[in-house]
Structure formats: C-alpha cells, structure tokens
Ligand binder design. Structure first.
Ligand SMILES: *Cc1c(COP(=O)(O)O)cnc(C)c1O
Length: 374
C-alpha cells in the first residue's frame, strides 16, 4: 500500500496559513547555551527587574499542596479582589491566561472573517496576529511621532470595523495618548465597534494627563480595558491578565473563555500581589529613576530615544542596529530588536535595576564603538 500524503498547508484556515508567530525575546537560558556565558542580563521582555511581591510567592507556596485540584474556574476570589481594587462589579471582569488571552478572546468573540480591525503602525504585534488568525481585514494606520494618531485611527474606522486596538502606553514605543484626545476619539467611534484600550503598563505611568480607562467604562459601552499582572506586578511567568468591560461584553467573553484558563498558582499569586501596593509603588518610582539613568547615559553617548511612559525605552542606534544587538548579546546583555515593528534603527531596552542599567550602557558604548570601526 502506498503511503498517504497530506498537504497540511492547503487545509489550514486561511488566516493561519500566512501567520508568522509572535517572536518572544531571547531567554537567558538560550543565550547561556549558545555562548557558554554566565552572568547574563535580560532587558528584553519588559519584566519587572525587582521580581514580584514576596506576598505573591508566599501565596504560591500555600497553593502547592492542592495541585491535583482544578482551579476555581470562575476566579471568584481574584475577581472580588479586583472588583474592590478597581471599584467595579466582578461581573465586569474577564480573567485571562495573560492579557494576551483576553485580547485573543475579544477577536474570536467579535470579529468574523473579512470584518475590520484597526491598529496603529508600531503597535503591539499581538493585535494584528490575533486579527489575522481569524482572517480579519486589518487596517494599519500610520503613527504620529511614533504613537497612536487617534485622528487618523478615527478616520480609518468604517461600517465593517469591529475592533480598534489602542495600546496605552504602547509597546514598543512607550508613547501614550492623553485624556482629552482619547475622549474625543471615543466620542467618535460608531456604536457597533469595540475599542480595546490595552493598559498593560498602567501601573508604571506617571503622566498627569494619562487617562484611566476603567473610569470611562460607564460612558462608553463599547470600551474594553485590558490589564495584566505580567509587568509591574512581576508575574509574567504565571500568566494572568484581565479585561474590564460592561457586564454584557463580559458575558460574551466568558462564553468562549476556557473554563480553567487561569491556573491556581496564578490566581493565588495575583490576589496577593494586588494587595501589596507598596511593591507596585516602589516599582513605579524606581522605574522612573531607571528611565532617567538610561536617558542620561544615552545622551552622553550622543543617542536619541523615544520618550517612554512604560518600563522600557526605544533608543535610536542607527542603521547598524542589528550588529549592535548581536554585539550586546555577545557581551551577555539581551535587548530587543524592533525591526519587525518598523523601527529598524532602534533597540528596545527594558528598564533594569541600577546596576543592570549601568551594565547596559557600558555594553552599548562598546557595541557602538565596534560598529563604528566596522
Ligand atoms: C506585555 C504586554 C501585554 C500582555 O502581556 P501578558 O503577559 O499576556 O498579560 C499586553 N499588551 C502589551 C502592550 C504588552 O506589552
């Protein structure tokens, strides 16, 4: 009998056929293996360099004795904690396996093949990936000063638009949109379109005119705000994020959400992390000092950067960016190239501890001088 063959590509869903998966930053283990180096530092994935609240680790330890049990599929305790923390009802919260999960749920629940999804140039890659996987019609709107141009986004919205993604602040550029601008935009969005305001870096932002999306939910029934425990709370490894929206939208998201999408360790850790406000405050304050430390360093190296409201910053290193990235890797410092974001002359650097920022600057200086000789 002849062996059967199957052309898997040809039977793959149209949206998935040409999908290029999200590229995460290189891991420390990977680089250790590649280079045989130790003392590697990773400033590539916007993780909290201070770890997580000790309360979160203690909560995980307590849950370790119940691993044979399924987690609470409704996430009751965490949703209650979030509900009082945010001043909303728990019926407005959808928990996710990272906020990535809820971004994906939003697309699956609201976008049919061929319907419109509007994103900005240089915006977080997951939006377009999620939209592409369902074969949506994606419009990518040119950026304004590297950030979201809300006027242009509003103009790109049409009758077929189902979702509009706004990252505030945006990753990788660190740009944010102010209250006034956002309110004007939301006032213009047609009734049938949902605006997703991704506030993954909310806890880090220190700008006086930065809008708190949760406070706008009452006025705009089509608004969905997403947040995460991966960044300021330092729990990226556990995967927990959430969406806050009207009860009606939340009910839809929960129809599609996998019943046990957030694991028991993550639920317990997130609940504990939420109560440690001091940890988040220190993380924010130290992050701002770190940004200043890096910017002073960039300045003395003659480099420019995109002002950032997150825990990362894009520095302009010029046309040799990929060589500089590799040279830094060779010195044991992992940063993030952003060519795939349309920023070929930049590198994105996560704000580290003071000594990590110091090492980053030294490494960068050496990489620049090597690139200059090449
Ligand atoms: C990191 C990040 C997220 C989500 O990360 P999760 O770990 O899935 O919660 C979402 N949006 C932006 C803009 C991010 O940078």
């Amino acid at each position: 009998m002849s062996k059967k063959t199957l052309d898997v590509e040809s039977i793959t869903a149209a949206g998935v056929r040409h999908l290029k998966p999200y590229q995460p930053g290189k891991s420390v283990e990977e680089l250790e293996r590649d280079l045989g180096l130790s003392s590697i530092i990773k400033l590539a994935s916007n993780e909290n360099p201070r770890g997580a609240s000790p309360a979160a680790a203690a909560a995980v330890t307590r849950v370790l004795t119940g691993l044979e049990r399924y987690p609470d599929g409704s996430g009751h305790r965490l949703k209650n904690a979030l509900s009082s923390h945010l001043g909303i009802s728990s019926g407005q919260i959808t928990l996710g396996n990272g906020s990535n999960d809820v971004l994906d749920l939003l697309v699956r629940c609201f976008v049919e093949p061929g319907e419109g999804v509007v994103v900005s140039d240089h915006a977080f890659a997951v939006y377009a990936l999620a939209a592409q996987s369902v074969n949506a019609a994606i419009s990518t709107v040119p950026a304004l000063n590297y950030g979201h141009d809300l006027e242009a986004l509003a103009q790109a919205v049409n009758k077929t638009t189902k979702l509009i993604f706004i990252a505030n602040p945006n990753n990788p550029t660190g740009t944010y949109v102010g209250s006034e601008e956002l309110l004007r935009f939301l006032g213009r969005v047609p009734e049938k379109a949902i605006t997703v305001l991704d506030e993954a870096y909310f806890e880090y932002v220190d700008n006086h005119d930065y809008p708190n999306g949760v406070e706008l939910l009452e006025r705009f029934p089509g608004l969905v705000v997403t947040r995460t425990f991966s960044k300021a709370y330092g729990l990226a490894g556990l995967r927990v994020g959430y969406a806050i929206a009207s009860a009606a939208i939340t009910e839809i998201l929960n129809r599609v959400r996998q019943p046990f999408n957030v694991n028991s360790l993550a639920l317990a850790a997130a609940e504990a992390a939420l109560s440690d406000e001091q940890f988040v405050r220190v993380s924010r304050e130290e992050n701002i000092k770190g940004i200043n430390q890096l910017c002073r360093g960039f300045e003395s190296l003659g480099l420019s950067w995109i002002p950032s409201s997150g825990n990362f910053i894009c520095v302009k290193v010029g046309s040799m960016a990929s060589q500089i990235y590799l040279s830094m890797l060779g010195q044991g410092v992992i940063v993030r190239p952003v060519v795939n974001y349309g920023l070929p002359e930049y590198l994105r650097v996560t704000i580290g501890l003071p000594q990590e920022n110091h090492r980053l600057l030294e490494t960068l200086a050496l990489a620049l001088s090597e690139a200059g000789k090449a």
